[in-house]
Design a protein around this ligand. Structure first.
Ligand SMILES: Cc1cc2nc3c(=O)[nH]c(=O)nc-3n(C[C@H](O)[C@H](O)[C@H](O)COP(=O)(O)OP(=O)(O)OC[C@H]3O[C@@H](n4cnc5c(N)ncnc54)[C@H](O)[C@@H]3O)c2cc1C
Length: 330
């Protein structure tokens, strides 16, 4: 159970009187997709409330820099890019309600409902933009070491490893290779452990890593055990070809082994594919009238900031059309 002030005071959440808030458009999630939707809908003078579980910015705010987002001067800090989107959305009048844990959603009614600890939000339209999160390292004691030895965000936690002897990065895609380069700003050495014998990262990312003499790679290997009592001291890895086990000393491990959609509270109500992503048509409409989806949580093949904002724009324009046709039918 999440520890809240109400829990500590022995108050049941049902006993808290909830504020009732109405909008034209509710957006769930304040990453690039949700914020872009909010920029468009609030600019179209639709009252828009974005409900965010954490702090606004999404995954993009957790990466050191983004080099492939159009219209930037070469590269831009992930947090800077997202701060711009937040200001733009607020500037057009969107309300962003952050740090709101969503207890339940009711998508079956004409007015969609989001219920949090202290509010009931209602609107004829909901745009789901809950994105994706890192797949956890599948080893015992991962939860014990999470945040203290095992990490999923180098921008957030990399500085904890200033002058560390060795930090391990698990994975071989763009995020793993780019974040390994970033971690060399702090650690004396970074070891990438990858399950295959070549990277799936872009050529540019691979070249950057190859030129960095603080980075070494262990191919064909997977992490099997976290070593250490109170603090992590290393990992035991298995070579998947020879099955030979060995221990690599390390102060911390950063994991980039793929993503999983954040559809936990939605999957009973929305049509999702076999991998848990929400299905929609080209207009971002889901199987439920008035419910749209945008960004990484949608069933699609490319998950980037550019595609998330594209989805957000498409969802918003179709939301406007949906609300206009709904109004004309009344
Ligand atoms: C380390 C890393 C590096 C990356 N580098 C690049 C790059 O260089 N270039 C690039 O184009 N892309 C990059 N990406 C991918 C890019 O960040 C994502 O494609 C993009 O952020 C997706 O946007 P989104 O809005 O769909 O979802 P997200 O960014 O995941 O945002 C979703 C938001 O919804 C919130 N949320 C989730 N569940 C709930 C809930 N139940 N209630 C309320 N709020 C909820 C989350 O807290 C989050 O703020 C990177 C990703 C990572 C992790």
């Amino acid at each position: 159970m999440r520890i809240t002030l109400e829990n500590l005071l022995g108050i049941e959440s049902e006993q808290i009187e909830k504020e009732a808030l109405e909008a034209d458009v509710l957006v769930l999630g304040a990453g690039p997709a949700g914020l872009t939707t909010a920029i468009y809908t609030s600019r179209a003078k639709l009252r828009t409330i974005v409900v965010e579980e954490g702090i606004p910015g999404g995954q993009a705010a957790t990466t050191f820099h983004i080099a492939n987002y159009p219209g930037t001067p070469g590269t831009i800090g992930g947090k800077d890019l997202m701060d711009n989107m937040i200001s733009q959305a607020k500037g057009f009048g969107a309300d962003i309600h952050d740090l709101k844990e969503v207890f339940s959603l009711d998508l079956s009614r004409e007015m969609k409902e989001i219920i949090t600890e202290d509010a009931i939000y209602r609107a004829p339209v909901l745009v789901v933009a809950t994105g994706a999160e890192s797949r956890r390292l599948p080893v015992e004691r991962e939860a014990d070491f999470r945040g203290n030895g095992v990490h999923y965000c180098a921008t957030c936690d990399g500085a904890m490893y200033q002058d560390a002897e060795n930090v391990i990065v698990v994975g071989g895609g763009n995020s793993a290779v780019e974040e390994a380069v970033f971690l060399t700003k702090f650690a004396k050495h970074v070891t990438i452990v990858h399950q295959f014998d070549n990277f799936q990262a872009s050529k540019t990312a691979q070249e950057e890593a190859a030129m960095n003499d603080k980075i070494s790679v262990i191919w064909d290997s997977e992490v099997r055990t976290l070593v250490g009592e109170k603090h992590l001291t290393g990992v035991e890895i298995e070579n998947v070809k020879t099955h030979q086990m060995s221990v690599v000393d390390a102060n911390g491990v950063f994991v980039y082994i793929g993503m999983q959609p954040r559809t936990q509270i939605l999957k009973e109500q929305l049509k999702i594919n076999d991998w848990g992503y929400i299905e929609a048509d080209d207009e971002m409409r889901t199987n439920i009238k008035g419910v749209f989806v945008a960004g990484d949580v949608r069933s699609k093949t490319v998950r980037q900031v550019a595609t998330a904002v594209g989805d957000g724009a498409a969802a918003a324009v179709n939301v406007e059309r949906y609300l206009a046709s709904r109004a004309s039918q009344k």
